[in-house]
Design a protein. Structure first.
Length: 77
């Protein structure tokens, strides 16, 4: 959006309305180009929606250490 992309109305972006307004403002402020087709017969661009069903690349070593520590504490009792 900051680079000039136009978001279709009603499209779920994961951004709040305020974040969308800020991104649009930055796009206009920095004069971002939308890269519109030069010929009238060109097809509009295709948008690919990516759904994130879970976290990727989350470091769980701290949680693992807490779990091990809790298990050791339970064994001592």
């Amino acid at each position: 959006i900051e680079m000039g992309a136009e978001v279709p109305p009603g499209m779920a972006t994961g951004l709040t309305e305020q974040e969308m307004l800020v991104a649009r403002w930055r796009g206009r402020h920095y004069d971002a180009s939308t890269g519109k087709p030069e010929q009238a017969g060109d097809e509009p661009p295709v948008f690919e929606e990516i759904e994130m069903v879970r976290c990727y690349g989350t470091d769980t070593s701290v949680l693992d250490a807490d779990l091990i520590r809790a298990a050791r504490d339970m064994d001592k009792k």
